[in-house]
Design a protein around this ligand. Structure first.
Ligand SMILES: [Ca+2]
Ligand SMILES: [Ca+2]
Ligand SMILES: [Ca+2]
Ligand SMILES: [Ca+2]
Length: 411
């Protein structure tokens, strides 16, 4: 609160308005985050013909995500909470921006969110200009050397440390240090060294509801961005988090491929629920994500042949080799067929076919199981054909034989 009052009471010629956010809980030592708006900083114009260029506002730069007619058309972007940015423009050393803060003596990290595509044309070619930037506290200056972000549409943070020898009200000044101009600046933080800074929490920008077929682990990517351009990390929480994994770049997948017929979600359904936590190291966002597993028409189990019997070479048609069985995951009726004309399927049994010509030895038989329109399965069985056995005659014709009385006789 003291900090806020000091700034409000700061004597400037024009009305001052800005957004001041103090992080909760407060880190050790003074800490302030300033999101730059129209008159956030006291502007000290030079004799430039275009002093208004120091502040770009929403009106001047409607939100754009792609270049249209030059660098200055890169304006504000989705999620930004301010209404403008500092544009220390012009090719002289005059323009400056200042803000005051109250703090004890010590070292302070000044973190600036910047965008700088100077020297790179809209087509991405050209030599980047370093556009070094000077940050001063009470006249003690430090150069922020590498301010290039690749594009005026890409915002990143840069940090410089400055020691303040005395306690009291200090003046932070930002200015360009040569004729190349400075980067655009839309947020500034003043913090004790080592205090992590984030001006904005990450935002999830992509789909959060996924539908995937069973039997595969892939789900999809959790797309997220951060206004500060900070590196993001991903973690999983929620009811079904243990069943999933997420890569360092946010690619979500099942640990084990799900089975539609045997759902493992906490809700005991094919709707899986989890929370993806996206963090920039300081701020995080928790996004509910659902994954629906869809049914896939799968093949029946491979045919099984129960208790297969050896087949005599001269076995009659209908001789049962064994009972076939298979189960379809979708519960459809299973029909069997066999590739060898010496065999047939009758009533679910593998039997010797009509007119079979079998020879002693081993014969391979491929049985196919089909269920509805879905894929089929096959299994190969080795059937043992045994030597022919002397089959009993179907009838014995006994003719009358004369035999003497009281004597043994024979047929
Ligand atoms: Ca951030
Ligand atoms: Ca299945
Ligand atoms: Ca299925
Ligand atoms: Ca099926």
């Amino acid at each position: 609160a003291d900090f806020l009052e000091d700034i409000v009471a700061d004597e400037v010629e024009a009305p001052v308005a800005f957004t001041l956010t103090v992080e909760e809980p407060e880190p050790v030592g003074p800490f302030a985050t300033l999101i730059i708006q129209g008159e956030a900083f006291t502007i000290i114009p030079d004799n430039s013909a275009q002093p208004d260029n120091l502040i770009r506002t929403q009106t001047q730069n409607p939100e754009q995500t792609a270049p249209t007619a030059g660098f200055d058309t890169f304006g504000l972007r989705e999620g930004y909470t301010g209404t403008g940015y500092l544009d220390i423009n012009g090719n002289d050393t005059g323009p400056q921006a200042q803000v005051t803060f109250d703090a004890p003596a010590g070292a302070y990290e000044i973190t600036l969110r910047i965008a700088n595509g100077g020297g790179i044309a809209a087509n991405g070619t050209g030599t980047p200009q370093p556009r070094p930037m000077i940050v001063e506290v009470d006249g003690v200056s430090a150069s922020v050397a590498n301010t290039h972000t690749g594009s005026f549409g890409v915002w990143q943070t840069r940090t410089v440390t400055i020691a303040v020898p005395t306690a009291g009200t200090h003046t932070l000044t930002i200015l360009q240090d040569n004729t190349q101009g400075a980067p655009n600046i839309d947020a500034v933080a003043i913090a004790t060294p080592g205090t992590p800074v984030s001006f904005a929490a990450p935002v999830v920008t992509g789909p959060t509801e996924f539908t995937v077929g069973e039997n595969q682990t892939a789900v999809g990517a959790i797309a997220a961005s951060d206004l500060d351009g900070q590196t993001l990390s991903y973690a999983l929480e929620g009811a079904d988090a243990d069943l999933f994994q997420i890569s360092p770049t946010g690619v979500l997948s099942f640990i084990s491929a799900p089975d539609f017929e045997t759902p493992l979600s906490a809700a005991e359904s094919n709707l899986y629920s989890l929370d993806v936590v996206v963090s920039d190291g300081v701020d995080s966002v928790t996004q509910a994500v659902t994954v629906t597993v869809a049914d896939v028409d799968e093949a029946p189990s491979a045919p099984a042949l129960a208790d297969p019997q050896d087949v005599p070479a001269d076995a009659a048609a209908g001789f049962v080799v064994g009972a076939l069985s298979a189960t379809d995951p979708e519960g459809e009726a299973v029909a069997f067929s066999v590739d060898n004309p010496n065999f047939a399927v009758v009533g679910g049994d593998l039997v010797v076919a009509e007119g079979a010509t079998l020879a002693a030895g081993t014969v391979e038989v491929i049985v196919t199981a089909e269920a509805g329109e879905g894929p089929s399965s096959q299994q190969t069985f080795s059937i043992t054909i045994a030597e022919a056995v002397d089959q009993p005659a179907t009838a014995i014709i006994v003719t009358a034989v004369a035999a003497p009385e009281n004597e043994a006789g024979a047929l």
